[in-house]
Design a protein around this ligand. Structure first.
Ligand code: AMP
Length: 281
């Protein structure tokens, strides 16, 4: 696996791969890799000639500076994991390579309600930072396919909308959420859970599964209120539990009101903020 720290070096290699007719699959990450990330690479390896991963803890998408400081960093382990899935290239740039001083890469698109609901309410500015870094990384890598996880469902909806607005030819591929045996969605943040909170956290997936059944007979308002109670009873601090349309992310009041329904949740487990979702329909 080639490891690049500089944009120019990565682009030199990529240009050669592209002119040789090889397709490029790209998975952007913030490191502290786990099997969910490796699934993105596995899928990219199956569908493309070359798989490229970036590890960049993007300062512009953290609205809380403590959250940025506490974000786990495990570079040696990340390299070892990427070798197990035969990743072709790893891009690990310092901040000044991605954001050279004196240049403004901020992308200001109108995502309508997509970036205003759910995470948008609790993490102001987060999606502008996310869209900016994804757009910047795509400009650097110019992949044929972009691999992202369903785990961050709202992020995926916004990136899909961004590619549409930019008339991009890049194909967005959604990879299913990889879970621990007890249902907890894999996340880099899980390593920061205390034993008590690690034991409580599977309640998130259990509550999503309960809600999928309940929503077939009860209105969203009642399911959401009961779900928040269940999460609180499990020792978590839920921020939202929303049942939304899978494309517009607007609320779906009843089961029959949409053909694509997703429930999205964010909850604190101690001081670790976890998100998850489940497609109902
Ligand atoms: P992150 O490093 O958390 O920013 O995630 C990088 C990419 O990996 C994003 O596209 C995530 O949606 C994806 N990802 C994170 N966790 C999982 C998971 N448990 N299963 C599948 N994909 C994931």
């Amino acid at each position: 696996m080639l490891i690049f720290k500089k944009v120019a070096d990565l682009q030199g290699w990529l240009n050669n791969e592209r002119t040789s007719g090889r397709s490029i699959g790209f998975a952007p990450t913030m490191g502290a890799l786990h099997d969910g990330h490796l699934d993105l690479v596995r899928m990219a390896k199956r569908e493309c000639d070359r798989a490229v991963v970036s590890i960049f803890v993007n300062p512009t998408q953290f609205n809380d500076s403590k959250d940025l400081e506490k974000y786990p960093r495990t570079p040696e382990n990340d390299v070892a994991l990427l070798l197990t899935v035969d990743c072709d290239a790893l891009f690990m740039p310092p901040v000044e390579e991605v954001y050279p001083p004196g240049r403004d890469f901020t992308i200001q698109l109108d995502f309508r309600q997509l970036d205003k609901v759910m995470e948008g309410v609790f993490r102001p500015g987060h999606f502008e930072g996310m869209a900016t870094v994804v757009n910047r990384l795509l400009d650097i890598v110019l992949p044929h396919r972009l691999y992202m996880g369903q785990k961050d469902f709202q992020q995926l909806s916004i990136v899909r909308d961004m590619l549409r607005q930019l008339n991009s030819n890049i194909e967005l591929v959604m990879c299913p959420t990889r879970r621990e045996a007890d249902g907890l969605a894999m996340s880099s943040r899980n390593m920061r859970l205390t034993p008590d909170m690690r034991a409580a956290a599977p309640a998130i997936h259990q509550t999503l599964q309960w809600a999928k059944e309940a929503f077939q007979t009860l209105p969203a308002a009642s399911v959401q209120a009961q779900a928040m109670e269940k999460l609180t009873a499990a020792g978590l601090k839920p921020e939202y539990f929303d049942i939304v349309d899978g494309i517009s992310l607007l609320p779906v009041p009843k089961w029959a009101d949409s053909d694509f329904i997703v429930a999205c949740v964010a909850a604190f487990a101690g001081d670790v903020r976890l998100i998850d979702n489940l497609v109902f329909k």
